[in-house]
Design a binder for this molecule. Structure first.
Ligand SMILES: Cc1cn([C@H]2C[C@H](O)[C@@H](COP(=O)(O)OP(=O)(O)OP(=O)(O)O)O2)c(=O)[nH]c1=O
Length: 191
């Protein structure tokens, strides 16, 4: 039985794209980078923490049959990690920093079962157009940046900010579908 340890509706939608059936687990893990932790190591660790927390939240009988999948997505610019904005000002500052620049979106997916655990990391490059103060203010006022790493959603109005993408669209959106399908097959869950 497959479980998705995530509150994100995007992850639900992207996993649904693969045609596998799954149930949702609610997990809450602390998302704070450790000193000297690289962004890739951080994203991988958080995805793993979410999957392990999901697996550990289940009763023994369920654990024996369960494969728990979780993911984490962060935006990285000049080595700085941009998670979900705390408030509107934080969102404005992130978008100002991303304006006219190319950043990385790092998404990790992790699977945990009774017998094994394994994951993968997907890195995409996204170039933003030069954004005026007014454009940033108008975008933040839509409310879309909240709950999104880097304060934008490529699957929404945020697409109008993106000049160029190299990598995985689904990875930027929150769950890299190619890597996820590969991992599911490894765990005996054909897609
Ligand atoms: C860059 C980008 C991020 N995002 C979202 C995906 C993730 O939901 C969110 C990054 O935060 P995460 O901490 O990865 O995930 P989450 O807290 O939303 O959900 P979970 O319960 O699985 O921990 O940003 C988009 O929806 N579109 C985008 O273009």
């Amino acid at each position: 039985m497959l479980y998705l340890a995530s509150r994100s509706p995007r992850r639900r939608e992207l996993l649904g794209q693969l045609g596998v059936s799954f149930s949702i687990l609610d997990v809450d893990v602390v998302e704070v980078p450790m000193p000297d932790e690289t962004p890739v190591d951080y994203v991988r660790r958080v995805a793993r923490d979410k999957a392990k927390a999901g697996w550990e939240s289940q009763e023994h009988a369920v654990q024996a049959q369960a494969v728990v999948l979780a993911s984490d997505t962060e935006v990285v610019l000049d080595g700085r990690i941009f998670g979900k904005p705390k408030d509107a000002d934080d969102g404005v500052q992130m978008l100002q920093a991303l304006s006219g620049r190319t950043h990385e979106v790092i998404s990790a997916v992790w699977l945990v079962s009774a017998k094994r655990e394994h994951g993968d990391v997907c890195i995409s490059r996204v170039r933003f157009a030069e954004l005026s103060e007014a454009e940033i203010a108008a975008y933040v006022a839509t409310g879309e940046p909240f709950g999104k790493a880097g304060a934008y959603a490529i699957q929404g109005k945020g697409a109008t900010l993106v000049e160029y993408l190299e990598g995985s669209y689904s990875g930027v959106m929150g769950l890299p579908v190619f890597e996820t399908a590969k991992l599911l097959r490894e765990f005996g869950l054909p897609v």
